[in-house]
Design a protein around this ligand. Structure first.
Ligand SMILES: [Zn+2]
Ligand SMILES: [Zn+2]
Length: 283
């Protein structure tokens, strides 16, 4: 894609997301929050970084990964999969993908090496549609690779599942949005932003690891849904609050990070957060 087309696509995406989410966040807010809340610029950097720098890298890595799997999986297995009705194949891909990403996500929280990268996403102290884009590119490769792993193994090329990938991407933005829709018990089945908001609670093991349906969290006992928003989002660690720092810090050994004293670059916004975050009950 040339630069002109890329700028156009990025502009269109941002306009589409603004039109979709800003009115929803105004009409059904989960908590009082301004559109230009603290650190919106940092999240915008992640948004632009995804479009201009990382999406092509992620796509390239995934294509190589798909080709590699294609070379090692027996043709007979793929033929057997392809002879099933299309709807059965679709269900298999979605369910397997949910299982894989659920466990992959739990590992991101439990394994220190994976948490190094995943904590970038969790360092957001304000959630909305824009904060959904705060993700280290290596964390994105891990997540997108796992989500698509079943499709690769079953032999679905990226183009065939493009719709599913797009839907999952949009859903991921929705569950971060500052929205609380009155869907009642339906959220147990289809999920909702409040579930993922609780996943962003400051506790590293807060639960709700599922991507679309919270079914996996139900089955494996990690479902949580109090009737109010968490007191605060973020992580209980010192972490730089600027784009370069968030990209580089996870790549460096702990010793070097201590020497670099990233904490001097950390902005103290705790007071601002509590001012901004008047918790709104939903009962
Ligand atoms: Zn997480
Ligand atoms: Zn999240």
């Amino acid at each position: 894609m040339n630069l002109f087309a890329l700028v156009g696509a990025t502009g269109l995406s941002i306009v589409f997301l603004l039109i979709l989410f800003v009115p929803m966040e105004k009409v059904f807010p989960a908590r009082k929050q301004k559109l230009l809340r603290p650190h919106w610029l940092l999240d915008l950097c992640f948004f632009l970084g995804q479009y201009f720098l990382w999406s092509s890298v992620v796509f390239l890595v995934l294509t190589y990964f798909g080709d590699f799997l294609a070379a090692i999986i027996p043709e007979s297995f793929r033929t057997a999969v392809a002879t099933q009705p299309w709807w059965l194949q679709a269900i298999e891909v979605v369910v397997l993908s949910d299982v894989v990403i659920y466990w992959g996500h739990r590992l991101q929280h439990n394994v220190d090496f994976l948490w190094r990268f995943h904590k970038v996403h969790h360092s957001a102290t304000h959630l909305d549609w824009l904060a959904a884009h705060r993700e280290h590119p290596l964390d994105t490769i891990y997540t997108v690779g796992l989500i698509n792993l079943p499709a690769f193994i079953l032999g679905f090329p990226l183009e065939t599942i493009a719709g599913l990938i797009a839907f999952r991407g949009l859903w991921a933005i929705y569950i971060h949005s500052n929205v609380r829709l009155p869907i009642g018990p339906l959220r147990v089945l289809i999920g909702a932003p409040e579930l993922h908001h609780w996943h962003h609670d400051k506790a590293r093991d807060a639960g709700n690891y599922a991507n679309i349906s919270p079914l996996m969290d139900w089955i494996f006992g990690t479902y949580t849904c109090p009737d109010h928003e968490p007191e605060a989002f973020g992580i209980n660690e010192d972490f730089p609050q600027h784009y370069a720092g968030q990209l580089i810090q996870p790549l460096l050994p702990e010793k070097i990070n201590k020497k670099l004293r990233w904490e001097f670059l950390k902005l103290d916004y705790s007071e601002k957060v509590s001012d901004d975050h008047s918790v709104k009950n939903n009962s």
